[in-house]
Design a protein around this ligand. Structure first.
Ligand code: ADP
Ligand code: MG
Length: 245
């Protein structure tokens, strides 16, 4: 039977009641498919359940009902097939930018030689424009550079599905523009599937093949996933270098 790369069926999430409160059903009956290599952006108002869906796709949280299949297999628990980038990219503070990427690469391919691991990590450091700064530790890098290390690390482990929860929310507009360009370039070379939450509609239109719009249904706290097809502007190929970030 043919199946989409990622299939989400009748997904429901209810958080149990806090003391004295009622249980909260964040969404119910969410259905969507994602094809291999697609770039999907998720938009929707704050609190509609975007992060909750992402956590379920990542296997970091369990759905109350419904199913998620990746490559036809049920998603259960975290896996290196599914990489996650959060807004507060959790870099190891005592390791250099390169060592952060090396660490993730080693975990992914424990059998590789040190040389192989280093070359692979350096390739991704170069891709995000951090060559020359790779020996600096996170505290010695700007916010934009730290975010690039996070992106390099996530892409370096070559997850089949890359999940990002508002990864650029904390960046200034100029840095965000540069990193968006880099992300698109890496993504179009990699063939990876990306699922990215953003609160920025312009960003969603710029980056994504399709937008997953989460809206409130007739009942409070019930979200419905709607797919909107938006062609990406194809002529946006110029990359402006801002080496000082
Ligand atoms: P979004 O990312 O779209 O802003 P979230 O997925 O973070 O929204 O949250 C959706 C709803 O679920 C919110 O009302 C939030 O308060 C609630 N929620 C999120 N995580 C938990 C949790 N662990 N326990 C209880 N309620 C939660
Ligand atoms: Mg969120």
């Amino acid at each position: 039977m043919s199946h989409a790369f990622l299939e989400v069926e009748s997904l429901k999430k209810t958080f149990p009641a806090a003391r004295g409160g009622d249980p909260l059903t964040v969404f119910d009956g969410v259905d969507f498919n994602i094809e291999k290599g697609e770039f999907i952006c998720v938009i929707g108002h704050s609190g509609c359940g975007k992060s909750t869906i992402l956590n379920v796709l990542a296997g970091l949280d369990e759905a109350t009902d419904g199913n998620v299949f990746m490559d036809g297999k049920e998603v259960k628990g975290p896996s290196l097939d599914r990489g996650v980038i959060f807004q507060n990219h959790s870099l190891l503070p005592w390791k250099s930018a390169l060592a952060n990427v090396v660490f993730a690469t080693q975990a992914r391919w424990p059998g590789w030689s040190r040389q192989q691991v280093r070359e692979h990590a350096m390739k991704y450091i170069r891709l995000v424009g951090l060559e020359g700064s790779e020996t600096r530790r996170p505290a010695e890098l700007s916010g934009g550079m730290r975010q690039r290390v996070g992106i390099a690390r996530a892409f370096a482990i070559e997850p089949k599905l890359l999940l990002m929860d508002e990864p650029f929310g904390a960046l200034d507009a100029l840095t965000r523009g540069t990193i968006q360009d880099e992300l698109l370039r890496i993504w179009s070379d990699s063939g990876q599937t990306v699922f990215m939450i953003t609160h920025d509609v312009d960003e969603a239109i710029l980056l994504s093949d399709r937008i997953l719009l989460m809206t409130n249904g007739p009942e409070a706290h019930v979200a419905e996933a709607v797919k909107v097809d938006i062609p990406r502007p194809r002529d946006r190929t110029s990359i402006i270098e801002h080496p000082n970030y």
